[in-house]
Design a protein around this ligand. Structure first.
Ligand SMILES: C[S@@+](CC[C@H](N)C(=O)[O-])C[C@H]1O[C@@H](n2cnc3c(N)ncnc32)[C@H](O)[C@@H]1O
Length: 185
């Protein structure tokens, strides 16, 4: 996951003005890889709070924070469900995103598009990569409880679609995110 998210993490850190930041909140911290990178960049005088829902993920995150070094920010992971958190692509419409921020009292809103390639390279073959990918996100929810025959049909269909993106032992997927900055007066 850390390798997959690395281009997003680096782009976010390059975009966000974290110089002198003393508190950071990582909503959807997962296994904590981005929180730990943030802790490293912010340094010893800062605090990072990571929140997510599944306890097993938070246990992985807490294990990472046990290996924290003295020059890193203090990191804590809490189980919390961000209220009304949107699903995938809920923020695809930048104007909707802007109006939510305005309605929430934010100003100086900046929204820029950032495109990159994300490499999912945890497995050796295309078939293995597809099966790993299908364990996370909305696909995992859709496939939960399906029988083997259905799974194999779906995996074969996903392999057909993703085959052009597979090379050198990894799936290199085009990706895009919004970089959003905003402040409260
Ligand atoms: C792409 S993962 C983030 C990975 C993580 N930042 C890392 O460094 O590995 C998105 C995370 O958002 C979490 N999430 C989704 N809805 C949430 C909610 N309502 N409240 C808190 N976390 C949520 C998911 O459980 C998932 O771990």
């Amino acid at each position: 996951m850390e390798r997959l998210l690395r281009p997003i993490t680096e782009a976010l850190l390059a975009h966000a003005n974290i110089e002198g930041c003393s508190n950071a909140l990582d909503v959807g911290c997962g296994g904590g890889s981005q929180s730990m990178i943030l802790a490293e960049r912010l340094g010893a005088n800062a605090k990072v709070l990571g929140v997510d829902i599944p306890e097993p993920m938070l246990r992985v995150a807490r294990k990472k924070s046990e290996e924290q070094k003295a020059n890193q920010a203090q990191v804590e992971f809490l189980q919390a469900d961000a209220p009304n958190a949107p699903g995938p692509f809920a923020f695809a419409d930048a104007e909707r995103l802007r109006s939510i921020l305005i309605d929430s009292g934010f100003s100086n809103i900046g929204i820029t598009s950032h495109r990159m390639t994300m490499c999912f390279g945890e497995a050796a073959t295309l078939g293995e990569s597809v099966r790993e990918l299908a364990k996370i996100g909305p696909v995992a929810s859709l496939l939960a409880g399906q029988d083997r025959a259905v799974l194999e049909t779906v995996f074969a269909a996903i392999e057909d679609v993703l085959e052009p993106y597979y090379s050198d032992g990894g799936l290199n997927l085009p990706a895009a995110i919004w970089m959003v900055t905003a402040g409260v007066a």
